[in-house]
Write a protein that binds this ligand. Sequence first.
Ligand SMILES: [Zn+2]
Ligand SMILES: [Zn+2]
Length: 251
Amino acid sequence: MKRLPELTEQELRRYWSHVNVQGPDDCWPWIRTHPESYGRTRIYFRGSGFRPHRVAYFLHHNIDPDVHPVKHTCGFLDCCNPNHMYLNPPRRESAPFDVLTKEARKRFLSKVNQQEFDDCWLWTGKIHHAGYGLFKHGCISYAAHRVSYFLHTGIDPGPTLVCHTCDTPLCVNPKHLWLGTDEDNTRDRDIKARGPVGGRHGGVKLTEDQVLEIHARLATGEGCTSIAKDYIVGRAAIAAISRGVTWTHLI
Ligand SMILES: [Zn+2]
Ligand SMILES: [Zn+2]
């Protein structure tokens, strides 16, 4: 199976324009172009076809499912909600961190901007478009914070998510990382999104009106970077709005 390339903004936009993003527990149907393509749909990136749900899995977990089937808990083959997917077999292969050599570990640490123990340690290497640090070893790209978790705790997170207490995807400070289940992560996100939602939330810079404007601009095909500049927020914030990760109460 061909490895998924790192997707450009334009490719990502094309991908998400085909996904009917719903609530975190709902199915996110792939909007098919052919009525009889159920379960056989492909999206093409640079000449290679990929099953849409596998792309969603990759974008969410930052792990290329590679040779492993990505199965659905909902049984709906065209569903692109990563919360409805699991790898079969459940992978240890998702994070075979024990293959990291001494040199690789050294190389990893050289890309970490180590600070005081309580501060965020930002990743200075390659960055995944979802905002996470990427560490390449062999032909596999690992999420940097997952590698950091492994290097400092000795625990291979396997198929389990490694979450941030600091909400800074680029942070690899092991003190800010915790091992959560998919459920924990959703709950954590819900708690953070709960209470005063959207524009009334303490740390949020965008207003609801602005987010609606942003959605309108995204719908015209405008890129995240130029929109981010206008609103003086990070590109990742716009990408998250575009993917329906944040401000979901407005969608
Ligand atoms: Zn589903
Ligand atoms: Zn942090």
